[in-house]
Design a protein around this ligand. Structure first.
Ligand code: NAP
Length: 278
């Protein structure tokens, strides 16, 4: 089954399952394995790659640049500006450094990594300038709760195209109010740490459900994040076996019984929780 697509506010669609790169790009010894993993992921349809200037202090973007060299047009490239760089001129300079490391002339989705001390109106102005210049095709935010999102709109940021937040079975608080707020405004969600940094791959409740599907616990965790049509899930994997498993998670169809078992093991929120971050 091909990987599903998620609609951005512009109407353009992107893959619902992509690849993360945190903790990549900081070791010369692992670089070859990381590049092979990302390229295999591209071959398997996980053509959205999420990175950030923070990861490996630029090393992840540099490694991603090598992984996608010659294949740029296949890729939906997401990167993030460090909050301390998110002033009007700082965000533009940071984006230009990222473009250089990534070896490309455009970033498809450029995010503010988490709320910054710089006024949001400055960041929005910089993002809009980058968009007008074609250096960024869309922009968005990350780790923004409902009140922060209201602030984006108040700062003139009605073009916000995504909010990337921590979301997995053990981090469902966002389902209470943030997800409905975003859905009402057609702003898609990027789910980071969808296998809880590997911890959900060893979860007994998930292993039980996985067995019936001939799948792994990690695949069930990913299939859960893909249930919503507005979520883009971005697992990170350096192991080729993990990359294959993650791509195949898009084929898993969770039944009503599976969903009830997931809700019983990982109850959905009944009240507002502050946004969690990793
Ligand atoms: P994650 O994707 O939940 O977990 C990654 C870990 O799980 C790695 O140790 C990986 O191992 C392992 N893994 C992956 N697939 C597996 C599978 N099928 N079976 C068993 N283990 C598996 O955690 P994450 O890296 O924190 O989050 C994903 C991405 O989201 C990041 O890489 C980054 O791009 C983004 N992110 C963004 C923020 C933000 O503030 N915006 C914060 C955190 C993360 P191997 O690598 O050994 O294969």
């Amino acid at each position: 089954m091909p990987i599903g697509r998620v609609r951005l506010p512009s109407g353009e669609t992107v893959p619902a399952l992509g690849q993360g790169t945190w903790k990549m790009g900081d070791s010369a010894r692992r670089r070859g394995d990381e590049i092979r993993a990302l390229r295999l992921g591209l071959d398997l349809g996980m053509t959205l790659i999420d990175t950030a200037e923070m990861y490996g202090d630029g090393g992840a973007e540099d490694m991603v640049g090598e992984a996608i060299a010659g294949r740029r047009d296949e890729v939906v490239l997401v990167s993030k500006v460090w909050p301390h760089n998110a002033s009007r001129s700082g965000a533009i300079a940071a984006c230009e450094r990222s473009l250089k490391r990534l070896g490309t002339d455009r970033i498809d989705l450029y995010l503010l990594h988490w709320p910054s001390n710089h006024p949001l109106s400055e960041t929005v102005t910089a993002f809009e300038a980058l968009r007008r210049d074609g250096k960024v095709r869309h922009w968005g935010v990350s780790n923004f709760d409902v009140a922060d999102m209201e602030g984006v709109l108040a700062a003139g940021g009605s073009n916000v195209a995504a909010n990337q937040v921590l979301y997995n079975l053990t981090r469902r608080g966002v389902e209470f109010d943030l997800f409905p707020w975003l859905a009402e405004r057609h702003v898609p969600i990027m789910a980071y740490s969808p296998v809880e940094q590997g911890r959900l791959a060893r979860n007994a409740a998930l292993e039980r459900i996985a067995k019936a599907h001939g799948a792994t616990a990690a695949q069930i965790a990913l299939a859960f994040t893909l249930l919503r049509s507005d979520v883009i899930s971005i697992p990170k994997a350096t192991s080729l076996e993990h990359v294959r498993e993650n791509a195949a998670a898009a084929d898993i169809v969770l039944s009503d019984t599976d969903r009830q078992a997931l809700d019983a093991a990982f109850p959905p929120p009944r009240r507002k929780h502050g946004l969690e971050m990793i």
